[in-house]
Design a protein around this ligand. Structure first.
Ligand code: FAD
Length: 314
């Protein structure tokens, strides 16, 4: 009986990298497909909204908590056959990146250091250093919680785009597991070298305080060119256009907003797109700071910032 496993008034703050937010009205850590089905049946019968949680590294949870049922995906399955890697949605990205290295499988070296779960990473098409998961996904198994059906999605069905996928735009698809196709390599030294460089880059460029990573999506340079030609020219001159994109942090930086704070939330001095929890910040503090940035950037630079983080329980 799933009811016996579902907890009430369950604290969520520790399940988010921000360490912010109130409790879930109902909470379940789901370990099997049967539990997912039962949990959604329970929520339907009780007329409860359902919220999915992965590693909690890209979310801001409301101080008042989350109404309805929060399901933390905990499918920890890992299976490696040749160059195919099957991962449960609850497995940490870090675990898969390290395991691939151990097994001489190349293709996701860039993912080392991205926190969170494989489910969250596929939904947001997480990426770094020019890599992203759409490059290696072979199959994604999802639960369609509207039709109560399990569906296997081929890459072309996944609607992958920059930090997006069909599973993000159509949230009734719950990612349960994913199959990656990597490339066998003998050159472990090259893999190790590049992974160490990426680790070092994160260590020196990203703040240590609790955060949810980059709060805002970066911009396609052509969109900035359309919205504000002077800003585009300045970014070109400052050599801030990389891979056709302009970092959201650059816009925050040129408005001298680094270091600004509201309550316990602060714009990191180290990385302007990171809003960090420095002194027991509330979700209200973080949100107010996000709104301040959006307002200033719109007023001064005529550009609309869009959040990469997801609001939970708002
Ligand atoms: C220090 C730091 C560095 C970061 N660096 C990067 C980076 O380099 N590149 C990058 O892309 N991101 C980065 N991030 C952001 C974050 O790690 C990624 O977006 C990550 O993929 C989110 O996964 P998660 O499991 O933590 O998702 P969560 O934060 O738990 O959830 C995010 C969203 O996905 C949904 N979701 C989660 N699991 C599932 C599932 N199985 N099925 C359906 N929906 C689901 C949730 O409902 C929520 O809406 C960073 C974050 C931090 C804190």
């Amino acid at each position: 009986m799933i009811q016996n496993k579902i907890k009430q008034n369950y604290p969520l703050a520790e399940l988010s990298t921000y360490k912010i937010g109130g409790p879930a009205e109902y909470f379940l850590q789901a370990e099997s497909q049967e539990e997912i089905e039962e949990a959604f049946a329970f929520a339907k019968a009780q007329n409860l909204p359902v919220t999915i949680l992965g590693g909690g590294s890209n979310i801001l949870i409301n101080d008042q908590g989350v109404k309805g049922l929060v399901i933390k995906l905990h499918n920890q399955e890992i299976e490696i056959k040749g160059d195919e890697v099957l991962c449960g949605a609850g497995v940490e990205v870090k675990t898969i990146a390290e395991l691939a290295f151990e097994k001489n499988l190349s293709g996701i070296e860039w993912s080392i250091g991205i926190p969170g779960s494989m489910g969250g990473a596929i939904r947001g098409n997480a990426g770094a250093h020019g890599g992203s998961f759409d490059q290696v996904v072979e199959l994604v198994r999802v639960f369609d919680c509207e039709k109560f059906l399990w569906v296997d999605c081929m890459p072309e069905d996944c609607g992958f785009a920059y930090r997006s996928s069909r599973f993000k735009t159509e949230p009734h698809y719950i990612i349960w597991e994913v199959q990656l196709r990597l490339k066998a390599t003998e050159d472990k030294t090259a893999m190790e070298k590049v992974m160490n460089e990426y680790r070092e880059y994160r260590r020196t460029s990203q703040p240590k305080e609790p955060s949810a990573g980059c709060v805002f999506k970066n911009f396609f340079a052509k969109d900035i060119e359309e919205a504000n030609k002077d800003l585009f020219a300045r970014a070109e001159k400052d050599q801030k256009i990389r891979g056709g994109k302009i970092g959201a942090g650059y816009l925050i930086e040129i408005l001298n907003l680094k270091g600004s704070s509201i309550g316990g939330a602060k714009i990191s001095e180290q990385h302007a797109n990171f809003l960090v929890n420095v002194e027991k910040a509330s979700a209200a503090d973080v949100r107010a700071l996000i709104n301040k940035i959006k307002t200033e950037v719109k007023k001064e630079l005529a550009v609309d910032m869009e959040e990469e983080i997801q609001y939970i329980g708002f």
